[in-house]
Design a binder for this molecule. Sequence first.
Ligand code: FAD
Length: 220
Amino acid sequence: MAEEQFGLPYWLDLERPTFSRLETDKTVEAVVIGGGICGLKIARSLSRYGIKSIILEGGRIGDGASSRNQGSINHGGALGYADCVRHFSRSTAQSIWQLGLENHRLLRAEMSEFEFDCDYQIEGFTYLARRDLPGWETQLANYAEDYRLLKEDGFDVAFLDEQDATQHGGSPLYAGGLSYLNDAQFHSGKYVLGLGVSRLPNVTIFEDSRVQENSIYKSE
Ligand SMILES: Cc1cc2nc3c(=O)[nH]c(=O)nc-3n(C[C@H](O)[C@H](O)[C@H](O)COP(=O)(O)OP(=O)(O)OC[C@H]3O[C@@H](n4cnc5c(N)ncnc54)[C@H](O)[C@@H]3O)c2cc1C
């Protein structure tokens, strides 16, 4: 699985619980395939409604993208704010960005409910325009426009001028940028393990239990 193919992710280089392999037939109400953030959260939601589930993870919990990411919790979309307004509408853009903030709130509630520590910190997230890359002037103008609209719509953002950007990025290459002041970072390994090992009533986790065509559980 992922660990054999790509090696141990930096974020999982810590003491990890192990879960046994599924060795026998089982009858359950729900089967969740994959023990990354999505699988663990789905199992958790099922559990909340009293539905018993098992998680079948082909490798080990968190082996996939869930512990190979940069651990940024952002509330912006892939599109810039002004682009989103142009493509959809001002109220749609506002709702999407608000939804991102709601995700932040839910994440904090979850961490407090499950009482696990994943080095969560609100340090903001900054996009910087580099003057050695083509189109940086347009990029910077977009950040300025995003900043203006986001401020008008009540979001907590800051525009970085050349001096701020140089200081922030640690290089005179940076011409300016946009900071989302409420964005956060966490240790993605601790987060995904926290989800997997914290109290999950009605959920049983199996590792080394890859689901394959014609064979429900079979390790290679
Ligand atoms: C380089 C990188 C950086 C990223 N940075 C960020 C970021 O900063 N912020 C952010 O919000 N998102 C980021 N993401 C995206 C985020 O990591 C993913 O959206 C998220 O982890 C997906 O979770 P998942 O549970 O769907 O997938 P995964 O974590 O990949 O989990 C899938 C699991 O399923 C298992 N599996 C697969 N097939 C089978 C099978 N047949 N049987 C049993 N098990 C199986 C795998 O072993 C794996 O453990 C980043 C992603 C990458 C790759």
